[in-house]
Design a protein around this ligand. Structure first.
Ligand SMILES: O=C(O)CCC(=O)C(=O)O
Ligand SMILES: [Fe+2]
Length: 378
């Protein structure tokens, strides 16, 4: 189909050099077909003058610690909370995410920490209104959970640096070219784990979805991934630290002509992260960011990263897959969940926004044997 495309920005290709960043061509990632676009104020945009500072260290408080453990805002006669799979994820209907008060938001943090991810959908009685509330209200709601992250490479709306736009349409096919020469475009990852205080609560909203099928999101439980390991492997990985780097992300941005607003960042995090509110142990492995494990020889490190990444990404029995409807929003806890887009339908508009709150400096989990520790050995 020949696009009757109008572009939001001049079609001319401009390049810029941010401090310490690679030269980029900003036109490619922000090209849009505006015909039929429902939320143009959230269209993808890059400002060539954007240079973001490093996030300031901040005191983090996990809101889940203040939650009523019974989570009555979710578990009552009016709200339906359905399990996606036994190990992770719930789908909530009968409750508008945007209507939550402080107590509800605290309980949402606890539910996300326990289930990994909470999808909010509309039903006949209660519609999700998150996509229609003002940008300020959206941002305030997520800021409640921690300092907002400003993404170094992803497009943003014109009027906010704290929202990331995940976008494709029949003229903007840039996502298809992110990872050339791979057999699958499923790229499992944790967002922005290279930060000193990496993300916790993350909101992801389906603004528009024109495709008849496809564009699902895959999620996997890092808590269950840890649980499956043998006691000997658990003991070993509990003492390990991994180096997470933004290097690969910057290279990707350069390849597809995206922005690069930050200098390269590298952080060392425990391989097993203890979620502060639940105490759950999570196998904090980000195949797209970890360069190596501290203290291991090169080959040991390569082998371990491959093994743990394969384990996490191939464990379909601790994964789930979500099919989106417009207006659905999910809220996940990045500390216990890995995810991937499914880039299987690139011909239609798919327009999402993501707002990400940073959390604390990851706390290493201590290995503790448990009674059902070796349940998977049988
Ligand atoms: O497009 C998707 O389904 C997921 C995108 C993603 O990885 C993200 O927004 O962090
Ligand atoms: Fe992501």
């Amino acid at each position: 189909m020949a696009p009757s495309a109008t572009t939001q920005e001049p079609a001319s290709v401009t390049t810029f050099e941010a401090k310490g960043a690679v030269a980029v061509d900003k036109a490619k990632t922000t090209l849009v077909n505006t015909d039929g676009m429902k939320y143009p104020e959230y269209a993808p945009y890059n400002d060539p003058n954007d240079v973001f500072p490093e996030p300031e260290p901040f005191d983090y408080h996990d809101r889940a610690l203040d939650a009523d453990p019974a989570m009555p805002v979710f578990y009552n006669d009016h709200v339906k909370v359905e399990e996606l799979t036994p190990y992770l994820g719930v789908r909530v209907t009968g409750l508008d995410l945007a209507s939550l008060d402080k107590a509800g938001q605290d309980q949402l943090a606890l539910l996300a920490a326990k289930k990994g991810i909470v999808f909010f959908a509309s039903d006949d009685k209660v519609k999700q209104t998150f996509r229609d509330i003002s940008m300020k209200k959206k941002l305030d709601m997520v800021r409640y959970y921690g300092q907002l992250h400003q993404h170094a490479v992803q497009p943003r709306p014109v009027s906010s640096t704290e929202i990331s736009v995940v976008y494709q349409d029949n003229v903007n096919t840039v996502r298809k070219h992110w990872w050339p020469n791979r057999l699958s475009r499923a790229i499992w990852h944790i967002d922005q784990s290279q930060e000193r205080q990496p993300p916790g609560m993350t909101f992801f909203c389906c603004m528009q979805s024109d495709a008849p099928s496809g564009g699902d999101t895959l999620v996997g439980s890092l808590v269950e991934a840890y649980e499956r390991l043998s006691p000997a492997m658990k003991q070993f990985v509990c003492g390990l630290k991994a180096v997470h780097s933004s290097k690969v992300m910057a290279a990707k941005a350069a390849r597809v002509g995206g922005a690069n607003r930050r200098q390269q960042v590298e952080s060392v995090h425990p391989v097993v992260y203890e979620q502060p509110a639940t105490g759950y142990k999570s196998l904090y492995i980000n195949p797209e960011r970890i360069t190596h494990f501290e203290g291991l020889r090169h080959e040991e490190s390569e082998m371990l990263l491959k093994f743990l990444s394969d384990h996490i990404t191939k464990g379909a029995d601790f994964h789930a897959r979500y099919k989106w409807s417009e207006g659905d929003v999910c809220v996940w806890d990045q500390r216990v969940l890995i995810h991937s887009a499914v880039l299987d339908n690139m011909e239609h508009r798919r327009h999402f926004i993501r707002i990400t709150a940073l959390a604390g400096v990851p706390t290493p989990a201590k290995y503790t044997p448990s009674e059902h520790e070796d349940m998977y050995a049988k």
